[in-house]
Design a protein. Structure first.
Length: 320
């Protein structure tokens, strides 16, 4: 993104805000003064490493945040959503994606263990036994899913959902071959198939079910943005084109600053201009940005060089 009011605001307001809300343990909470959690810590680290201007305080904050993230990893390679939990979840994908950006060999073992956990996590909703049960169900007419497509869930061994599937695909993207499990290519193809299968009628995605009791459901901005970001290796795919068109049509109606930031990131990653001439700053709800760490991080990412922080090997094949 070219220099302008949005980028200047991210450098002069966004980065200091994020650094200033770091906790003493090196992590970040969902809100200033809230306890540290893996998810907001990952988003802040993603934002701070994406911003081009780096000073001593920013570098120290990133190093402390990475240390928090490394300490939070569980023995099985996964990351929990809170320090009190002893079971990993979807934030494992987010952590592996963020550690990739650190560009240091010392994080490769942690990434490799995390990716192995991700690839071993198979949702039970599409297991052979569950598929057989559904075939006998009278409600089967309300399910229009392709049983062979399998993604990832919010919690391990449950059901496939759009956003955790998209983030798992992003976590597998651009990683060194040495840390990729042998099943990575298979899981990536199945995950992409799951996203295509769960697309809403006419384009876009919601959380995971495009049909509700046989009636088409409406897409949402956030899951649509993440799904498109995960599928950007296939920009000419009909589903992607239809979904991009839906996002462009819906852009003017977006009110939430977090959704606006993600939609901006998504369109820019596909080389699409943001509809309208207004800057992100004009849409800003500053109180929301200062209260919500995740929103502040997303807004900083929206005015950074999207191609650089998404992946240096965007769309690269995952090898066995």
């Amino acid at each position: 993104m070219e220099d302008g009011p949005d980028k200047s605001r991210a450098e002069n307001f966004g980065a200091p805000l994020l650094v200033g809300t770091q906790n003493s343990d090196g992590g970040w909470g969902f809100h200033p003064s809230a306890g540290s959690r893996v998810e907001p810590t990952c988003w802040v680290l993603k934002a701070l490493t994406a911003l081009e201007s780096r000073n001593g305080l920013t570098g120290q904050a990133v190093d402390r945040g990475l240390n928090f993230l490394m300490a939070a990893q569980l023995p099985d390679g996964s990351w929990p959503s809170t320090p009190e939990m002893k079971t990993g979840c979807w934030v494992t994908s987010l952590a592996c994606w963020v550690l990739r950006d650190a560009h240091s060999e010392k994080y490769q073992i942690a990434i490799g263990n995390g990716l192995r956990w991700i690839c071993r996590d198979w949702p039970k909703d599409s297991s052979p036994w569950r598929r057989r049960l559904r075939s006998f169900s009278r409600k089967n007419q309300h399910f229009k899913f392709a049983d062979g497509a399998r993604g990832w869930g919010w919690t391990p061994r449950t059901s496939s959902w759009v956003e955790p599937t998209a983030l798992a695909l992003l976590a597998l993207e651009g990683q060194q071959d040495s840390v990729l499990p042998s099943s990575a290519q298979k899981r990536r193809k199945l995950g992409e198939a799951l996203l295509y299968d769960r697309m809403c009628v006419g384009g876009g995605w919601n959380c995971g079910n495009p049909w509700v009791y046989g009636v088409p459901d409406d897409p949402l901005v956030v899951p649509t943005s993440w799904a498109l970001l995960a599928l950007r290796a296939h920009p000419e795919q009909r589903e992607s084109l239809d979904s991009l068109a839906w996002l462009e049509r819906s852009f003017g109606d977006i009110k939430a600053p977090g959704s606006l930031a993600l939609a901006t990131i998504c369109l820019e990653s596909y080389g699409r201009e943001r509809p309208g001439n207004a800057s992100l700053s004009e849409y800003d709800v500053e109180n929301e940005s200062t209260r919500n760490t995740q929103v502040a991080a997303w807004r900083a990412l929206a005015v950074s060089d999207t191609r650089r922080w998404l992946s240096a090997r965007a769309g690269a094949e995952v090898h066995d």
